[in-house]
Design a protein around this ligand. Structure first.
Ligand code: SME
Length: 170
């Protein structure tokens, strides 16, 4: 089975798992578990926007950094640039934050809220070099787009985050 076929088969299962009547953190935890188990990556998790930093959210894999400042590391850069970043070799990414020395390549996909602001990032790490490519970018962007926007706008904290961010970036 090609990677593309694997994602094609996986996305409907993921859709079935995303139950918007459940708590956001529970669903994000199950999304990580499903992705991690299916693809066998080294670390799969969400960092959530909290003011001017990202905080560790639901994940699978080894313990990780609690906080990542705006614009720092791959996660903070994907947030700042509001775009997916594919890193084929973490040692060549300036400012890469090494939560775990075994991580060799990674992909970070931003999650957007209803207002079009980044409210979280999906961070996936591999122990192999060049594990991620355009196929992963395409399907992982689809995967995060399945997350209900209500998860993020429903949190009163989200609006507050945006106001804090506006202050930081102006
Ligand atoms: N790789 C990330 C840090 C988080 S961990 O790898 C889980 C980064 O540089 O943004």
């Amino acid at each position: 089975m090609t990677k593309q076929e694997k994602y094609e088969a996986f996305l409907p299962q993921l859709q079935g798992l995303i139950d918007e009547t459940q708590q956001a953190v529970s669903v994000l935890a199950n999304v990580c578990a499903a992705l991690h188990t299916e693809f066998g990556w080294w670390w799969t998790g969400f960092y959530l926007v909290d003011g001017d930093k990202l905080v560790l959210g639901p994940f699978q894999g080894p313990v990780a950094c609690y906080q990542i400042p705006f614009g720092r590391g791959v996660c903070g850069t994907a947030w700042k640039e509001q775009t997916t970043i594919v890193v084929t070799d973490v040692e060549e990414f300036p400012g890469h934050i090494a939560c775990n020395s075994l991580s060799r390549s990674e992909i970070v996909v931003p999650v957007f809220n209803e207002e079009g602001a980044v409210c979280a990032v999906l961070d996936i790490d591999s122990k192999e070099l060049a594990c991620f490519d355009e196929t992963d970018r395409c399907y992982l962007e689809k995967a995060v787009s399945l997350l209900p926007k209500t998860f993020f706008v429903a949190q009163a904290i989200c609006k507050k985050n945006q106001e804090k961010m506006d202050e930081v970036t102006k």
